[in-house]
Design a protein around this ligand. Structure first.
Ligand code: SF4
Length: 342
C-alpha cells in the first residue's frame, strides 16, 4: 500500500508523470499544510497525472471509526480502525490558552502493563507504521480546520511505548519536522516514555530538539515497581543517570500521575524532591481519569494543589494539569477497551 507518507514512491510517481517540482510542492502543501481533502490536493496536479496518482496512492490509511466530543471541555477523542481491524485512540486538546494539541498512539496495545493504564490491560498487538502514526495528525488537522485551527503540538502519550517502536516513530518524527511536509519544530513535539535508559540516550542524541518526557509517577523504587512493570528492569538509580545526561539538551518533562494513597503521601513528595533535586526538569502533576475495571482513585484536587505548592516552594517548575475529556474517557485506552468488550 503506497500512502501519502511514502515519499520515495511519490517521487517515482512524480517522475513517471513528469510533474514539475513546483506542482509537487503545491500538492504536498495541500496535503500537509492546508489539510485539503484528496480531490482538492489532486486538483493542483496537471490533469494528465491525476488518474495515476489517484490509482497509485492511498490517501487515508486509518478509518475514523468514532469521534467523541467532550461536553465539559474542548477535548475530542478519536478512535481509528487500522486496515487489519485494530482500534487505536488519539485525543485532540483545545486548551483555552495555548495551542491545539494531539496526543497520538504509537502501538496497538502496549507491552508495558502499567497497573493504572487501560491500554496496559490489553496487552501488546503490534507496532503502528509510520503512516499510521502520521495519519492520526493529518486526519485531526482536517477535523479542526473548519474551526480555524491546526495541530501545533504533538505528544506521544497515547497507546503504546514509543521507545519500543523507534524505527517507525523516528521516521514519523523526521517527516513531522520536514519543512516540505508538516514543518513542526522539534520543540512542539514530545515523546513520552516509561523510562528505558538506552533508548532514551539514543533518542536524545538523535533528536536533541524534541522534548523527552519521563513517566516517573514515583521516586520510590518499591512504589514505582507496583505501578510499572518496567521499573523492575530499569531501576530509578539507572534512570537518574540518564535524566542527567538528557537534561543537557534542555529540561526533561516529568509526568507524575497522582493516585490517592499510592504516590501522594508526604514520603512520596520527599522522595520526589530528593530524586529530582539535581536535574533540570519540569514536573507535570496529572489527574487520574478513573475508569471501570480499575480500583485506583485519583488524588483529590486540594491535595494535588498542596503537593504542587510544596514542589514549587522547593524550587521546581510545576504544572498542575486539569483533567480534560473526563466525560469522554480520555484516559488512554479506555474507549477501545470498552469497544473490545462490547
Ligand atoms: S502507561 Fe503507556 S507505557 Fe504504560 S501500559 Fe499504558 S500505554 Fe503502555
Amino acid at each position: 500500500m503506497t500512502t501519502i507518507y511514502d515519499i520515495d514512491a511519490i517521487e517515482q510517481l512524480r517522475s513517471r508523470n513528469a510533474v514539475q517540482p513546483h506542482r509537487m510542492k503545491l500538492f504536498r502543501n495541500a496535503l500537509f499544510k492546508n489539510s485539503s481533502d484528496w480531490n482538492e490536493a489532486l486538483a493542483v496536479l496537471p490533469e494528465s497525472a491525476r488518474a495515476d496518482f489517484d490509482r497509485s496512492i492511498t490517501f487515508q490509511c486509518l478509518e475514523l471509526a468514532e469521534r467523541h466530543d467532550s461536553e465539559i471541555d474542548a477535548a475530542s477523542k478519536l478512535i481509528f480502525k487500522t486496515h487489519d481491524g485494530h482500534l487505536i485512540e488519539s485525543v485532540v486538546l483545545r486548551p483555552k490558552t495555548g495551542r491545539t494539541s494531539i496526543c497520538i498512539s504509537s502501538q496497538v496495545g502496549c507491552a508495558c502493563y502499567c497497573s493504572f493504564c487501560a491500554t496496559g490491560k490489553m496487552g501488546f498487538t503490534r507496532n503502528l507504521t509510520t503512516a499510521e502514526i502520521l495519519d492520526q495528525i493529518t486526519q485531526a488537522n482536517r477535523m479542526v480546520k473548519p474551526e480555524g485551527r491546526s495541530i501545533r503540538n504533538v505528544v506521544f502519550m497515547g497507546m503504546g511505548e514509543p521507545l519500543l517502536n523507534t524505527e517507525q516513530v523516528y521516521r514519523a518524527l523526521d517527516l513531522m519536522m520536514d519543512p516540505k511536509l508538516y514543518d513542526l519544530a522539534g520543540s512542539r513535539i514530545t515523546v513520552s516514555t516509561v523510562g528505558i535508559p538506552n533508548a532514551m540516550e539514543d533518542f536524545t542524541s538523535a533528536y536533541p530538539s524534541v522534548h523527552l518526557a519521563l513517566s516517573l509517577h514515583s521516586a520510590d523504587q518499591e512504589v514505582r515497581q507496583r505501578m510499572m512493570q518496567q521499573a523492575r528492569v530499569y531501576p530509578l538509580e539507572q534512570i537518574h543517570e540518564t535524566l542527567l545526561a538528557a537534561s543537557k539538551h534542555g529540561k526533561v518533562m516529568i509526568e507524575y500521575l497522582m493516585l490517592d494513597g499510592v504516590n501522594d503521601r508526604p514520603a512520596d513528595l520527599q522522595a520526589l524532591e530528593n530524586y529530582l533535586r539535581d536535574v533540570p526538569v519540569h514536573i507535570n502533576l496529572i489527574p487520574f481519569n478513573e475508569y471501570a475495571g480499575s480500583n485506583l482513585r485519583g488524588t483529590p484536587q486540594p491535595q494535588r494543589e498542596a503537593f504542587a505548592n510544596h514542589l514549587k516552594a522547593a524550587g521546581f517548575d510545576v504544572t498542575l494539569r486539569y483533567s480534560m475529556g473526563s466525560d469522554i474517557e480520555a484516559a488512554c485506552g479506555q474507549l477501545v477497551q470498552h469497544k473490545r468488550k462490547g
